[in-house]
Design a protein around this ligand. Structure first.
Ligand code: SF4
Length: 234
């Protein structure tokens, strides 16, 4: 046996132990972070207003690159007269565009909402489908929208990564990633199962009201001692 081998395997054993201890510490930290979110807000809710699965789907499509409050302002009047694909088609693209003209990209979004209403009637009997594949086949629906609808309407443990979740997850950090898909995969891997159902709401609300993009409110943050962000504000 070569002389150096026992030393080498002792060193690699110590390295493996170190990695395992680091993984355990990270798991305990993630657990502690979500315990705090649960204690502060046991049943977090999204802030988009909707009245059924169809209006939830439409609201999420309209919310791309727009604020929830801006979308709500427009959809209150819209959903009062168009809360089904049939009624949305009866309203028509021009009137729909007029009703949502305060929302960014409203022309494209109006086109998508009309096209997705047609697809729902043609392919799903006017119902909102409950699978990722069927949702993503609808015009204007990507991963984020599908995740939100699956989570809120159908109770699936999905994590929709929007701008807030992306920033917060990279900052704390929870799961790091260069794309929303990487962060989503990382969060699904590290967030304990019992927190998954509400994880994206806690992270969105935390990002929107506390861990803000330009000036995070670190002094009053409930997870400040568990956060490793190097540019915490005083
Ligand atoms: S301590 Fe600051 S950077 Fe860290 S999560 Fe809280 S608000 Fe965000």
């Amino acid at each position: 046996m070569p002389r150096g081998k026992p030393e080498k395997s002792a060193a690699s054993g110590a390295a493996a132990k170190g990695r395992s201890a680091a993984r355990q510490a990270q798991a305990a930290r993630v657990e502690a972070i979500f315990e705090r979110f649960v204690a502060a807000l046991p049943e977090p809710k999204g802030e988009l207003e909707y009245i059924n699965n169809f209006t939830l789907l439409v609201a999420v499509v309209l919310s791309a690159q727009a604020t929830d409050s801006g979308v709500n302002k427009a959809t209150r009047a819209l959903f009062a007269i168009a809360d089904s694909p049939q009624k949305m088609l009866a309203l028509g693209e021009a009137d729909l565009a007029e009703k949502i003209r305060t929302i960014g990209l409203y022309r494209t979004k109006a086109k998508n909402v009309i096209a997705l209403s047609q697809a729902l009637i043609r392919d799903h009997g006017g119902q909102t489908p409950s699978t990722r594949a069927a949702l993503k086949a609808l015009p204007g629906v990507g991963d984020k929208t599908a995740n939100v609808v699956l989570n809120i309407a159908f109770g699936e443990a999905t994590i929709a990564v929007d701008t807030h979740v992306f920033r917060v997850s990279n900052r704390i950090p929870l799961a790091k990633g260069k794309t929303p898909a990487e962060v989503e995969a990382g969060l699904l891997h590290i967030v304990p199962a019992r927190f998954l159902r509400h994880a994206h709401h806690w992270l969105i609300l935390h990002g929107r009201y506390v861990c803000k993009a330009r000036k995070p409110l670190c002094r009053t943050c409930l997870i400040a001692d568990l956060c490793a962000y190097e540019h915490k504000t005083a």
